[in-house]
Design a protein around this ligand. Structure first.
Ligand SMILES: Nc1ncnc2c1ncn2[C@@H]1O[C@H](COP(=O)(O)OP(=O)(O)OP(=O)(O)O)[C@@H](O)[C@H]1O
Ligand SMILES: [Mg+2]
Length: 397
């Protein structure tokens, strides 16, 4: 394998193995300093104050170099400017750079650092920090090396973003099985995508690809980032945040939830039928509505998976006079009559540990209530359960 590909591969492997930011930074720098064997490398991350750039990992820095780099300021010096502008800086001889901090000049000269490159680490429009590489030899960093650095910075950004999102998930008070499922799946999918994206970008920077091949690789990169975006949304979706009500299409919400679960439903041979015509627009938080639907579909799936026979999940929208009803029907065992009054209680579950926390319905009940609606359950005469979400239609409820 080409050395550059190998480096990127090492980094993405680490990203997929762990959420530990320190370990990811360490691995990335270790791999990068092997580009020619003469590099020193450092990662600065923006502190919570938004202006300090903290040295979070380094490799090959002398004691003094470490000292002057320990805390930098966004907007000042070469690294600080990369953090404020978001643009990569490549210099042939760092001693000649007008942006070099006066405090660093003597040390740069003593350590004989010449070529220098600094790239931003940013995710979803947020500046997270910088990744820098310097070297003592006279040859400047070429385009391929800069691309490698940018691709590595992107992987670090994704790792940082994932770590932040998952820690928010873990800290969320009411982490349902749904949230856990979503974050687990998102993490698993993100990593191979990161590798695909990084490798595609490296290939794009090569001179020996023909325009036709270039176009296809660009398409691959686009599609991989689109998929990565969907995964990020999934992580967002599993988080808890204040409701934002706006006109929302329940048809879209239902379809997204079914799409999200379709693979697992298919695996368990669940047939899905929908009746989604003529649904009025409701004034609701679409993410929360999706969460409610996902909980109901998840429950229906789990109930049916436990028994043999035909498995049918039906989701239908029923416009009524002043509200719309979303009905989720399954062909499972139904709910024992003596439990009907308890299933909406927090932590009430009949599932083994690990499969259910007993939060899905209580969280859903709360969300529907906040929307001025009603959530209730019935057993179907023909067997199986039916859950109904009633939401008021029209202007703000
Ligand atoms: N479609 C259904 N058919 C039969 N029983 C159901 C159905 N949906 C929910 N239940 C019963 O209601 C209980 C509570 O459901 P709830 O969604 O609140 O928690 P859970 O599914 O057990 O766990 P979690 O949703 O947190 O993963 C379930 O354990 C189950 O006994
Ligand atoms: Mg549940």
């Amino acid at each position: 394998m080409e050395p550059h590909l190998k480096i990127l591969h090492t980094v993405s492997e680490t990203v997929s193995r762990t959420l530990d930011v320190e370990e990811i930074l360490k691995t990335a720098l270790e791999a990068l300093t092997h580009v020619t064997g003469h590099e020193i490398a450092s990662v600065h991350l923006v502190a919570t104050d938004g202006v300090t750039l903290e040295l979070r990992a380094e490799r090959g820095l002398s004691q003094q170099m470490r000292e002057v780099n320990r805390a930098l300021t966004v907007g000042e010096g070469i690294i600080g400017r990369v953090a404020s502008s978001g643009a990569t800086v490549v210099v042939r001889d760092v001693m000649g750079s007008p942006d070099l901090l006066p405090s660093a000049q003597a040390i740069v000269r003593r350590d004989r650092i010449r070529g220098f490159v600094c790239v931003p680490i940013a995710a979803r429009g947020r500046m997270l920090g910088t990744l820098s590489l310097g070297r003592q030899t006279n040859d400047p960093f070429d385009e391929g090396e800069v691309t490698l650095l940018e691709a590595t910075a992107q992987q670090i950004a994704i790792a940082l973003d994932n770590a932040r999102l998952s820690s928010e998930l873990v800290h969320a008070e009411k982490l349902s099985a749904v949230g856990e499922l979503a974050s687990g799946v998102a993490h698993e999918i993100n990593n191979p995508l990161t590798t695909i994206l990084g490798l595609a970008q490296l290939l794009l920077s090569r001179a020996d690809v023909t325009p036709a091949v270039h176009e296809r690789i660009a398409l691959m990169a686009d599609e991989a980032s689109r998929a990565a975006g969907i995964v990020q949304n999934l992580l967002m979706f599993a988080r808890h945040y204040p409701p934002e009500r706006r006109p929302c299409s329940l048809v879209d919400a239902v379809q997204r939830v079914i799409a999200l679960k379709s693979y697992q439903l298919e695996l368990d041979k669940v047939r899905v039928t929908t009746e989604l015509d003529h649904a009025p627009i409701v004034w609701a938080d679409e993410n929360q509505m999706q969460q409610v639907l996902l909980n109901l579909v998840q429950n229906a799936h789990q109930a049916m998976a436990r028994q043999e026979g035909e498995r049918v999940l039906t989701v239908r929208l029923r416009p009524r006079e002043r509200h719309v009803a979303i009905e989720v029907l399954d062909s499972g065992p139904g709910i024992p009559a003596n439990l009907l009054s308890r299933i909406f209680d927090p932590f009430f579950t009949t599932k083994p540990p690990g499969e259910g926390s007993g939060l899905g319905l209580s969280v859903s009940y709360g969300i529907v209530g906040q929307h001025g609606g009603r959530l209730y359950a019935e057993n179907r005469p023909e067997g199986g359960a039916m859950f109904v979400v009633e939401l008021p239609t029209g202007e703000r409820a």
